[in-house]
Design a protein around this ligand. Structure first.
Ligand SMILES: [Zn+2]
Length: 122
């Protein structure tokens, strides 16, 4: 069931671009609230889930938080590389989150500060 794809398209009033998939931000595939859905490129999505699995195995996850068992002054090259990749992926995902917000603000005729676009054009 890919119901969340149609929810996303309906709310954003556009087609999900080719090569994009819907990611559940809170990792709960039952939560199909529009705030929990984001369209991101398929490869980025694969990379994200892969790095999350690696982070989970290397550092551990506690209540959805990364559990840093590594000493701040004793990070291995392997761990540093992993964290570097993680940050790059998060940076890319945040760009797509901004893009989604931009589309939604446009739909509701608001700029990014919540001001009506219509009233500002006198
Ligand atoms: Zn996902």
């Amino acid at each position: 069931m890919k119901n969340y794809r149609s929810i996303y398209e309906k709310c954003l009033r556009c087609k999900i671009p080719d090569g994009f998939v819907i990611h559940h931000i809170d990792f709960n595939r039952e939560n199909n609230e529009i705030s929990n859905l984001i369209a991101i490129p398929e490869q980025l999505h694969k990379d994200y889930h892969k790095i999350i699995t690696q982070i989970r195995e290397q550092f551990g996850i506690d209540d959805n938080h990364i559990k840093f068992t590594t000493k701040i002054n004793d990070v291995t090259m392997y761990e540093a590389q992993m964290l570097y990749e993680y940050c790059n992926i998060i940076f890319e995902i945040q760009k797509w989150r901004s893009e989604k917000l931009r589309i939604m603000h446009k739909i509701f005729n608001e700029d990014l500060y919540g001001n009506s676009i219509k009233s500002s054009q006198e």
